[in-house]
Every structure is written in structure tokens, then in C-alpha cells.
Ligand binder design. Structure first.
Ligand SMILES: [Ca+2]
Ligand SMILES: [Ca+2]
Length: 119
């Protein structure tokens, strides 16, 4: 989640979605948390650089797919919401081959692709 090359942790904790920046020695800094909606707490989380700026975004599944744009220091800027209709699983790939990452949301019987378009 940061640009230092060290592995970081992201998890839902009491206050919300929290990032713990890695110190590079198997220890982590104190969590920095962003508020999360209650229904997100058991949602699937994916990570990808959706806008091509080199920083990872956090993608949270659910009725509303939430994309939190990473700013490279473990914090998040803009929050984007996409109606997904109660989908359960989430995948990120370039499904239509246009060079932009897309989101696949799937509830088991029905799947939908949200085409990437933000860069
Ligand atoms: Ca990015
Ligand atoms: Ca695409």
C-alpha cells in the first residue's frame, strides 16, 4: 500500500478498513483506519492498480462495490461506488482485452463485468 517495497497488511478492524505499513522486519506500524460500512465487514477484498498511477487501490465487494484510490502512503483518497446488486465474489483482470483492468462480480448464478474506464 506504500512505495517502500515492504509488505503491508490490510484488514477490517473495529474502526473500519485499516492499513498497517510493514517495517520490513515482520513488524508493522500502528493501523491507519478508514470508516467502513457495516455490510462491508465480511466482504471480499481485492487489490489492483486500477488507474495506472502505480499505487494499489482497494476494491471491496458487496451490494455496492467500493474502490478506494490509493495515494501511495497507506492512505486512501477518493472513494468510488458501483452498484453491483449483492454479488459475492470479486475478480480483477482485463476481461475485455482493452488494456484497462475490469472488475468481475459474481453471485454464483449471475456474473457481471464492470469495465475499467477511469484512465
Ligand atoms: Ca492506483
Ligand atoms: Ca478492460
Amino acid at each position: 500500500m506504500s512505495s517502500d517495497g515492504r509488505q503491508d497488511l490490510v484488514a477490517f478492524l473495529g474502526p473500519g478498513l485499516c492499513v498497517m505499513l510493514g517495517n520490513g522486519d515482520a513488524t508493522f506500524a500502528s493501523p491507519v483506519c478508514s470508516p467502513a460500512r457495516r455490510e462491508q465487514l465480511d466482504s471480499e477484498i481485492s487489490f489492483a492498480d486500477l488507474d495506472g498511477d502505480g499505487w494499489l487501490e482497494v476494491i471491496i465487494g458487496g451490494d455496492l462495490v467500493t474502490v478506494l484510490l490509493g495515494n501511495g502512503d497507506g492512505r486512501f483518497g477518493t472513494q468510488l461506488l458501483y452498484e453491483a446488486g449483492g454479488r459475492l465474489t470479486l475478480d480483477v483482470a482485463d476481461f475485455d482485452g482493452d488494456g484497462r483492468l475490469d472488475l468481475l462480480v459474481d453471485e454464483g448464478r449471475n456474473a457481471a463485468v464492470l469495465p475499467g474506464r477511469c484512465y
